[in-house]
Design a protein around this ligand. Structure first.
Ligand code: PHE
Length: 339
């Protein structure tokens, strides 16, 4: 009898339960009327009188232990809601919020991918620039309004140092250290001293492109831009080039795409013109090639530049530019699917 009690004591020490049903089964096995302990109690009267005291004490110990063990297992269940008797210490205290890629990054990456497939490589340059790379090497006349304090953030006490107003400065940096063929895109942040509103911000993002080689023509430019527009906005997209002016290109143009909301019919979004403007472009002015050490009698080139915010607005119909820099997660989460 004592040996049987010892064996049960050991068994009870090692008891575990993984569900309420398992626990109930254990209770029935040990503590119910027909359970192992009651069986022993029933046998107790057969124990010789001289052993009754020792066996009785052991039997009580067994009963208490079994009750305690089952109560402990039950408590563990009640403190947990996942039905396991063991605590999972690796569980986090609160749900982790997963971030999403910023819409401007999504669109910038898409622009980069399209031009990469067309053979362009990525070039990078500093956001704090000197006057030469932003303006002088780009053929800006001394009195050009873009140099004016109204548009440009200059570094106080260093009038020659400024925050770049366009990524054309990177084109200049590429040309001064390399010879054609050059085929690069320059994605980056630019700064302009503008009052912040739904349609303007003091910083935004551009992707500019530059291709310089022998016999580069306006036709090449147009073809690459058509390809870009159709990959970005769909194969039905049409483009139109309007004459324009930039100091660094001649001839210059602005490119519109057919409005993808009304399909060119005319709607409030395109101000009933059927077209929306997306970028500036042109043939690199020979003066720019020369200023950057490239022989303009041998080489020609084209350049284009677009605002990433503008493309994102058109693609995702974001009406207020400020949304891009407010970090409102409700807005950012809307782009989860485009990640
Ligand atoms: N640098 C021009 C801008 O910031 C864009 C542009 C680039 C236009 C290249 C023509 C050619 O507006």
């Amino acid at each position: 009898m004592l040996a049987k009690i010892e064996q049960l004591l050991q068994e009870i020490d090692g008891l575990t339960a993984h569900s309420a049903e398992e626990l109930e089964a254990l209770r029935i096995k040990y503590l119910s009327k027909k359970g192992a302990i009651n069986d022993l109690m029933a046998d107790f009267r057969n124990v010789p009188a001289d052993q009754k005291k020792a066996v009785g004490m052991k039997l009580n110990e067994l009963k208490n232990k079994a009750q305690e063990r089952i109560a402990t297992l039950k408590e563990a269940f009640e403190n947990q809601d996942n039905g396991t008797a063991e605590l999972d210490l690796t569980r986090t205290a609160y749900p982790i919020e997963l971030g999403t890629r910023h819409p401007l990054s999504i669109v910038r990456n898409e622009i980069i991918q399209i031009f990469s497939r067309l053979g362009f490589t990525i070039a990078d340059g500093p956001e704090v620039e000197d006057d030469w790379h932003v303006f002088s090497s780009m053929n800006f006349p001394e009195d050009h309004p873009a140099r004016d304090m109204q548009d440009t953030f200059f570094i106080e006490s260093h009038p020659d140092i400024l925050l770049r107003t366009h990524t054309s400065s990177v084109q200049s940096r590429v040309m001064e250290v390399s010879q054609p063929p050059i085929r690069v895109i320059c994605p980056g942040r630019v700064y302009r001293n503008e009052a912040i509103s739904y349609r303007a911000h003091c910083f935004f993002h551009q992707v500019e492109g530059l291709y310089v080689d022998k016999n580069v023509s306006f036709t090449d430019l147009k073809q690459v831009l058509l390809q870009f527009a159709q990959e970005m906005f769909g194969p039905e997209t049409k483009i139109r080039l309007r004459p324009s002016y930039f100091p660094f290109t001649e001839p210059s143009a602005e490119m519109d795409i057919s409005c993808d909301i009304c399909g060119g019919e005319g709607c409030p979004f395109c101000k009933y013109t059927g077209w929306v403007e997306i970028l500036g472009c042109g043939m690199v002015d020979p003066a720019v090639l020369e200023a950057n050490g490239i022989d303009s009698k041998v080489y020609t080139g084209y350049a284009f530049g677009m605002g990433v915010e503008r493309i994102t607005n058109l693609k995702y119909k974001v009406k207020d530019l400020r949304m891009f820099s407010e970090n409102d997660t409700r807005f950012l989460k809307e782009f989860e699917a485009a990640n």
